[in-house]
Each structure stands twice: as C-alpha cells, then as structure tokens.
Ligand binder design. Structure first.
Ligand code: ZN
Length: 357
C-alpha cells in the first residue's frame, strides 16, 4: 500500500472512531460496480446531528449495513425473496424502527434506531417493522466476497475496531445529482473527509486476512517420486486447491515452484488441443530433479473442460485468473521464501511480484 493510500486509511479509521464520516468510492469494474460515492459512518457513534447532517449531503436514503447473521438474529429478513434479488447488489432487509422516546422518523428517532442496530444487546423485541431505517444485509467474508459498498462499509468499521454496523448513504451534489467517482476526491476535499477506494480496501484485506484453510494431507507416490499432497480450501469461494510438495521445503534456500491450472481435458484425457498434461508431467520431473519443490494445482471456481473451453489457447501462462493472493498464502504456509518458477508455469512473469513472499 503506498503512503497516500495508507494515510487515507489511517484517517478513515480515526474519523470512524470519532463518529465522523468518511467518503467511500466504488472504483471497481466488476459486474456489481456502481461507480457510486457514499458517505459512511459507524452506526454505534451516530447522533441526531449526524443524521440531520447526512440528510443534506446525501440522497436522503440512509441505509444501515450489517452482517446477515446479525440481521437474522434481529429478524431483519430480506425485503424481497432470493428469486428476484440481485445476487451481487444491495440486499435490502425489511425496514425497521427501534423503540425510543423520539418520533421514529425524526433525526433523533432514526439515530436511536441506527444505534440500536449496532448494540449487541438489542433483541428482536426491541424493534418494530416496517420502519424508517433501511437495513442492508452484507454477505459473509464481506468485501472480499462481494466488492460492494455495504460490505466495504461494514469491513471499515471492523478495521476501526467498532461494531461491524455502518450507516451508508449516497452523496449528491447541490443539484441533487449523484456524485460520480471522478468527482469523489474533489468532493471529499470540500467536505474535509478522507476518501477510501473500494479496490484499496480489498487489496488491504487480501494482505491481512487469511484466505486459505489447510484441510488434508496425504502421501502421494507417483511415477516421478513420492510427493506429499496437501489440500487447501479458499475461504472466499470454497474452491479446493492442491499443493504437491517434494523433499524438504522449509530447509531449501530457494524452492522450485510450479503453478498449474486444472484442465480436465488435458490433465485427465491428454487432449491434443493443449499442452497441459505434458506441462504437468514436466513440472513434476523438474521438481524431482531439483530435489525439492512445490507443484500447486489450482482448481477453478467454474466448471472446467469442454463446455467452457477452459484451455482455448493451449497453454497455462496466458490464463489470467490465477488467484495470486491465494497462491501467495499457500506458498507462505508451506514455508516457501525465495523461489524459482518452472517453465510452463501458469504464473505470469510480470505478476510474480504480487506474490510478495
Ligand atoms: Zn489444457
């Protein structure tokens, strides 16, 4: 993370802890990218003044993002059924009010509801539905699973050491038009608020969160010697990857590493359309000849093989979907420090620095 991004992060954490807003910019380009710019505040620190202040700078639709487990505990079921709900967009729950001494629609009443949603002691019976506050249910693993504003807002509160419940509202300009991401920095500067980009948050969490779980280990004798097969599950998508180790890894000064993408038609059936089976065998041979090394066999979250044409260009290294963060964490778990890459590896030379072991 560069210095400017790091300073914005530190400022964002300080602001959230102090009950101040931060600007969250959706700069993603994925299928659920919106380009929206939102104000985010920690729900547990919200006040009536803050609710009133947010109303003037935002669309007025104040949402409260909270983890779906908390939403379930509070009875905040999805507003619409899963059949029509967009799988990656905002998941609105049924609107809600908390019992308080203030009219529920007033700034003080809505602030009381928002704080109640962040209070771990709040029970289902403390709330009434429908109400004036719009909860947004966030998915497990947060912004690492779904790069969306609600998940990002909750994760920011968590990073700040606060209850993972956040107020989120889209910023508007003086004409009431939504602020776009190209204007985010200017607007943040006018409001003297730190701005956090969604892609920076994802990058930060990928470095600081465990993305793998080691789940099995077995001896694997092969035509190229006896390997040890170690299974890893990616906690983000549940995909099971396999590391085949040969010899002693932790004692090696440099480790020979091969990364191979699963290719059903090539690996299993020896398809002549691609070189995958040959590359796999060569990798095992090279590692055996080197005396030690790691062959990382990456499975795909999508069906591989004939229907999807998983290997259209015949090779491994042109395929762009290597989960470099997952690879880095598996290699680190195996004790790999310095390493060399085999010929034909799926790792792209220009992206190896992303492993940053
Ligand atoms: Zn192939």
């Amino acid at each position: 993370m560069n210095t400017a991004v790091s300073q914005q992060f530190d400022a964002a954490v300080t602001h959230l802890r102090a009950g101040l807003a931060v600007v969250l910019v959706d700069d993603t380009t994925g299928v659920c990218a919106t380009g929206d710019v939102s104000l985010v505040m920690a729900a547990e620190r919200i006040t009536a003044d803050a609710v009133a202040g947010m109303g003037g700078r935002t669309s007025g639709l104040l949402c409260v993002a909270l983890e779906e487990s908390r939403a379930d505990r509070l009875g905040l079921v999805p507003m619409v059924g899963s059949r029509v709900e967009r799988p990656l967009g905002d998941v609105f729950a049924v609107t809600v009010d908390a019992r308080s001494d203030f009219p529920v629609v007033s700034a003080a009443g809505r602030a009381a509801t928002i704080r109640a949603l962040a209070d771990p002691h709040t029970r289902r019976t403390d709330l009434s539905m429908p109400g004036c506050v719009f909860p947004l249910r966030t998915r497990p693993e947060g912004v690492l699973r779904v790069a969306s504003r609600a998940e990002a807002a909750v994760d920011l509160c968590q990073i700040a050491g606060l209850e993972p419940v956040a107020v989120v509202a889209k910023l508007v300009d003086r004409e009431g038009m939504l602020v776009g991401r190209d204007d985010a920095d200017e607007v943040a500067a006018q409001l003297t608020l730190p701005a956090v980009r969604l892609t920076d948050l994802v990058r930060h969490l990928r470095r600081t969160t465990s993305l793998i779980r080691r789940w099995a280990q077995a001896r694997l004798p092969t035509a190229y010697g006896a390997f040890t097969a170690i299974g890893y599950e990616s906690t983000l998508d549940g995909v099971e990857h396999l590391a085949l180790t040969f010899g002693s890894i932790r004692d090696a000064g440099r480790t020979l590493v091969a990364v191979h993408h699963e290719c059903l038609k090539g690996d299993v059936f020896g398809s002549a359309d691609c070189e995958c089976r040959t590359l796999l065998a060569q990798s095992q041979q090279q590692i055996r000849d080197a005396g030690s090394g790691v062959l990382l066999y990456l499975r795909s979250p999508l069906p591989t093989g004939f229907r999807t044409g998983s290997c259209p260009d015949g090779g491994q290294s042109d395929r762009a979907d290597v989960p470099y963060d997952v690879v880095a964490q598996i290699l680190a778990d195996l004790g790999v420090g310095l390493f060399d890459v085999t010929a034909g590896s799926a790792l792209r030379p220009d992206r190896i620095e992303q492993l940053d072991l």
